[in-house]
Write a protein that binds this ligand. Structure first.
Ligand SMILES: Cc1cc2nc3c(=O)[nH]c(=O)nc-3n(C[C@H](O)[C@H](O)[C@H](O)COP(=O)(O)O)c2cc1C
Ligand SMILES: Nc1ncnc2c1ncn2[C@@H]1O[C@H](COP(=O)(O)OP(=O)(O)OP(=O)(O)O)[C@@H](O)[C@H]1O
Ligand SMILES: [Mg+2]
Length: 507
């Protein structure tokens, strides 16, 4: 079974766990209900596409456990229901029908609304349980568990939600790891698909803006903050949304509070990995990026080894707006960063005369051999960033910036120069800075856990992070975002759930 094989062979432990749990839920349902009593609610969306393949795998494994032969399992015989509507995207419609043909799904097409359609279906068929691709974070998931009876007022059946605890990232990891087909709209910047009247591509994935409305978008799997997957679920006519440019700059500062730019920070340093020194520069870079309103999606430390650098840079450069790499820049045997970056872009290292000239000024003619090894830079993609305060320019390869700093004061200086270059040349966008409010409490976790989870769902635009300095000390809850009014509402909502004085603000 190719899905089961792909997951077993991958090295993503989180995905394996999510998969195993989902398969467990499916197998439980198949043990509780006969095959005639279950149905799969499929609409061609990414979540139901994941569920389609989990059901195929789950059905196969269920049969295997019971030593039942499963013929030529292209297919799961689980009855599939699709509520087809004239307001669905044609791409969704055709993908759903394509999948039904490919996997031999016995698909019931219902043209009524959900409730009336289900009432009719349940009268005609012995269905007792329906599999849904609902996930925590979906507005309809509130209060649901993996097995949840249908709501009062709905016909009676069990809603089975095998991927309830999957994140946006889990969904895409699964689709990409198993290399299964998905609806083409997700390659055009759509991250969650409703009807043609309320769905546009997700602005956070916009890569090019033109005055006409045909901006280009990155694929859905590149959305780094899954909490914003529904950012494209809006009224098409709404004036403040649609294809407004992300990262538009007004007086050097981006004014669009909803847009988000992400960066990754990569330290190249065996000495950090052996514990000889701390990653002070990584910490400082995260703080600097945060201060200009960027989101750091990932920070990594890799070995001084070309392949390790190349692998990390390759992965991060396509998933982020900018990548910062430091360490391993120079002429020594361990200075492999330039070579790693070149490999990540699939280009070779070549002598850069301009850079060589800078180095000659700096170190004279002391280099060994014909040319200075340090002046070899990724060919065809390198831009040197000059600033009068820097003895040698910073190196930019498309969206990857190599910093030469080796300590905190040097990094402070390089950062200062980068920001100055940004203000004059628009090197990258300065965003509205983050604001934060912190509350401290001695309430036990068991009391705060649920209200906090609810708050996260209610305020998906805020980062609500808990931290403690000691097990016995107070819990510090930080609310972070770009809109102080939203932060105030969230903290107020939390405080209102407890007795007065339960929280104090940490200044
Ligand atoms: C098979 C199926 C079962 C559903 N069961 C329920 C239910 O028990 N209770 C409920 O409030 N909504 C139920 N819904 C509706 C969904 O919660 C939700 O309203 C719908 O998926 C969102 O679509 P909309 O954005 O078009 O409203 C069900 C939908 C489907 C397809
Ligand atoms: N028109 C429909 N026909 C059948 N099932 C549906 C329909 N609309 C929603 N569902 C069920 O509800 C689940 C949740 O819908 P939702 O729109 O959140 O997810 P999705 O469509 O799979 O993915 P996306 O979030 O990208 O749109 C679906 O996975 C599917 O099981
Ligand atoms: Mg959908």
């Amino acid at each position: 079974m190719e899905i089961d094989k792909a997951i077993k062979e991958c090295d993503d432990r989180r995905l394996k766990t999510k998969y195993n749990n989902a398969i467990y839920v499916i197998q439980r349902a198949l043990a509780l209900y006969s095959i005639e009593e279950v149905a799969f609610s499929f609409n061609g969306g990414k979540d139901s596409t994941v569920l389609l393949h989990l059901l195929r795998a789950g059905y196969y494994l269920h049969n295997k456990e019971q030593s039942l032969s499963n013929g030529g399992l292209a297919d799961s015989p689980i009855r599939t229901i699709y509520f087809e509507s004239p307001s669905a995207f044609p791409e969704i419609n055709s993908f759903t029908h394509d999948m039904a043909t490919t996997y031999g799904l016995e698909m019931e097409i219902i043209t009524l609304d959900f409730k009336s359609g289900l009432e009719g279906l349940l009268k005609a068929k012995p269905i007792r349980a329906i599999f849904l691709g609902v996930r925590i974070g979906d507005p309809t998931a509130v209060g649901q568990e993996q097995f949840s009876p249908s709501s009062p007022g709905w016909p009676p059946f069990m809603r089975v939600n095998p991927i309830l605890d999957w994140s946006y990232r889990d969904v895409w990891s699964f689709i990409l790891t198993c290399k299964v087909k998905y609806c083409s709209l997700y390659d055009q910047g759509y991250t969650s698909i409703g009807s043609i009247y309320d769905t546009v591509p997700n602005e956070l994935l916009c890569i090019s803006h033109s005055s006409s409305s045909d901006g280009k978008f990155k694929p859905a799997y590149l959305l780094s903050d899954g909490r914003l997957e529904r950012a494209g679920r809006v009224k098409k006519s709404a004036p403040s949304v649609g294809r407004t440019p992300v990262g538009k700059v007004i007086d050097g500062v981006d004014s669009d509070k909803n847009s988000m730019l992400t960066a990754s920070v990569i330290a190249v340093g065996d000495e950090i990995l052996s514990g000889s020194v701390g990653d002070d520069l990584g910490l400082l870079l995260c703080q600097k990026l945060h201060s200009i309103g960027w989101t750091v999606s990932h920070a990594a430390v890799v070995q001084n080894d070309i392949d390790s650098v190349a692998e990390e840079v390759e992965r991060r450069k396509s998933a982020n707006d900018m990548v910062f790499v430091f360490g391993g820049v120079g002429p020594l045997h361990s200075d492999v960063t330039s070579a790693g970056v070149a490999k990540a872009f699939g280009v070779r290292l070549a002598p850069d005369e301009e850079f060589e000239e800078y180095l000659r000024h700096l170190i004279g003619d002391h280099c060994t051999g014909d040319r200075n090894e340090m002046a070899q830079l990724p060919e065809g993609i390198t831009e040197l960033l000059h600033h009068e305060k820097l003895p040698v320019p910073l190196i930019k390869c498309q969206n990857v910036i190599m910093l030469t700093a080796t300590n905190v004061p040097e990094l402070e200086k390089e950062w200062f120069c980068l920001i100055e270059l940004t203000r004059s040349n628009g090197l990258f966008t300065l965003m509205e800075p983050y604001v934060a409010k912190r509350l401290s409490t001695f309430l036990p976790d068991v009391e705060t856990a649920r209200p906090l989870s609810e708050l996260c769902l209610k305020f998906p635009d805020l980062k609500i992070v808990c931290r403690r300095k000691s097990r016995s000390g107070p819990l510090i809850i930080s609310f972070e975002g770009k809109d102080l009014a939203r932060i105030e509402s969230a903290t107020e909502a939390l405080c209102n759930k407890f007795h007065s004085g339960a929280f104090s603000e940490v200044k």
